[in-house]
Design a protein around this ligand. Structure first.
Ligand SMILES: [Zn+2]
Ligand SMILES: [Zn+2]
Length: 120
């Protein structure tokens, strides 16, 4: 879970809306008809809209999905892959955690330490 979204997902308001929406959709995935598990935000949450109830808590912006359909939905999204996040201004940046996980961070530091002329 993204750190800036944590407070929202733990909020009572979200828990209640999530539950109400689940019942409203009879617990069925809206795309494939299997049991739904995740209430997805059609307009993805960002640090910019996380405090906007019209986005975060509106039934219009929610979709009940099963895990499969939810994974598919999010894998379509190319711009925000693992290791990327929005900063406080809504700019897409590489998250420090993503850097560590990707190994890029380590590699870069190693590259700095290695004398360049050895490689050529
Ligand atoms: Zn589904
Ligand atoms: Zn989602």
């Amino acid at each position: 879970m993204k750190p800036w979204a944590e407070k929202f997902y733990k909020s009572r308001a979200w828990q209640e809306v999530r539950q109400a929406y689940f019942i409203y959709r009879h617990g069925i995935c809206e795309r494939c008809g299997r049991p739904g598990e995740i209430v997805h935000h059609k307009e993805y949450l960002t640090p910019l809209n996380i405090n906007d109830p019209n986005i975060t808590l509106s039934f219009d912006n929610l979709e009940l999905l099963c895990l499969d359909c939810h994974n598919k939905e999010h894998s379509k999204q190319d711009s925000v892959k693992d290791g990327l996040m929005f900063d406080d201004d809504g700019n897409l940046i590489q998250s420090p955690r993503g850097l560590e996980n990707s190994g890029l961070f380590r590699d870069r530091r190693a590259a700095f330490r290695k004398p360049r002329n050895r490689l050529t």
